[in-house]
Design a protein around this ligand. Structure first.
Ligand SMILES: O=C(O)CCC(=O)N[C@@H](CCC(=O)O)C(=O)O
Ligand code: ZN
Length: 351
């Protein structure tokens, strides 16, 4: 049985991806799948390691959906959710209603159970992979993932003709006061979409961080370059493979399944009181090796501190709370120099 036949039989794209960390052992390939219950056809295209596209055959579509996971290799719950949906699609067990690209970002980091191998993949998008004269496999991978996104959206049609979505699924290093939350990439003045917040609520995500500046993250790349409704979605806490409590992901898994298969979504109209809306206040980067956080490792995301509290010190710089209700997000003193070591957020609303 060859690689293609094995994939068709098992649906196990995750194992194929993990067995080929940086590239496939053969050229890209495609095959047709028949959805048993409706006798409808879909084309499955494996374009690279961790890059698989599903396209309905002989059926009109309107949406181009990207579901990415493992941009950080140790964030396993989103990997397991996507691997399951991919398996159902390959085996013809799930109807496909729209064009869907699944991206398993960093297989090599998955295999060592780490966030990344050499460099944080989620700081290398929007061309950052080609800056500074640095070359490594994650930078090559970031460019390949950018190209996969670009080709997928462009082959679907123009931004005016299509509805474009990219949900970059993560989990967080620490626990959080709000277990699930999403980062809304900077919109350059375009309005925040309440319909997208309603979709995220159907995914059990009702805490939203509004960004006010460009970043080099994957979700910002798709939002800014292709006008996609794109988010970094934090689904819970980092756990090793097989140790996720999958009961915590029932809603998001079912919503994503319904989304790709055209089934009804549990959407209720946006109500401000249903959400915790924050805006990113301070972006604190690490500039010296003396960077220290002034709170314990187990302090949860969204913990707030009083005005004047010293959140972190970096050499002779003190980073203090400036705003009432200002809270911490993504604290990580172990980042590389120049990278983000802490975000703070403050409560806000969207009109
Ligand atoms: O828990 C943490 O410290 C980081 C979790 C994580 O990977 N978050 C993303 C957020 C990306 C964004 O700001 O859109 C990241 O840090 O890459
Ligand atoms: Zn992550």
């Amino acid at each position: 049985m060859n690689l293609i036949q094995k994939l068709q039989q098992t649906g196990d794209f995750l194992s194929l991806t993990r067995a080929n960390e940086w590239s496939l052992p053969q050229a890209p390939f495609s095959f047709n799948v028949t959805h048993q219950a409706t006798n409808t056809q879909s084309l499955v295209s494996v374009l690279d390691t961790g890059v698989i596209v599903f396209e309905p055959v002989d059926r009109k579509t309107s949406k181009d959906i990207i579901l990415s996971n493992a941009v950080h290799g140790n964030e396993t719950a989103p990997i397991e959710i996507c691997a399951d949906i991919v398996s159902q699609l390959i085996k013809g067990e799930l109807y496909l209603a729209e064009r869907v690209l699944f991206l398993f970002g960093n297989p090599a980091a998955m295999n060592i159970g780490e966030r990344f191998v050499e460099e944080n993949l989620n700081r290398l998008f929007s061309g950052a992979h080609s800056e500074g004269g640095v070359h490594n496999k994650e930078r090559t991978r970031a460019k390949a993932l950018e190209d996969a996104v670009a080709n997928f959206f462009e082959q679907g049609g123009t931004a005016q003709e299509r509805e474009r979505f990219h949900y970059d699924l993560h989990t967080a290093i620490r626990g959080a006061k709000y277990d699930k939350f999403a980062v809304y990439p900077f919109r350059h003045g375009k309005p925040w979409k309440k319909s997208q917040l309603a979709f995220l609520k159907a995914c059990d995500v009702n805490t939203i961080l509004l960004s006010h500046s460009p970043t080099t993250t994957f979700s910002y790349y798709s939002s800014n370059n292709f006008g996609a409704d794109a988010f970094t979605v934090e689904l819970g806490k980092v756990m090793p493979f097989g140790e996720n409590d999958m009961t915590k992901f029932i809603k998001v898994r079912q919503t994503l399944i319904n989304f790709v298969s055209g089934q009804a979504l549990d959407i209720t109209a946006y109500q401000e009181e249903d959400f915790n809306i924050f805006e990113i206040d301070q972006t604190i980067n690490k500039h010296t090796e003396n960077f220290t956080l002034n709170f314990a490792d187990d302090v949860e995301n969204f913990t707030d501190y009083p005005i004047g509290y010293v959140l972190a010190t970096d050499g002779d710089i003190e980073h203090k709370v400036r705003t009432q209700g200002e809270a911490i997000i993504f604290p990580n003193a172990n980042v590389a120099l120049g990278q983000r070591a802490l975000l703070t957020v403050k409560p806000t609303s969207i009109e």
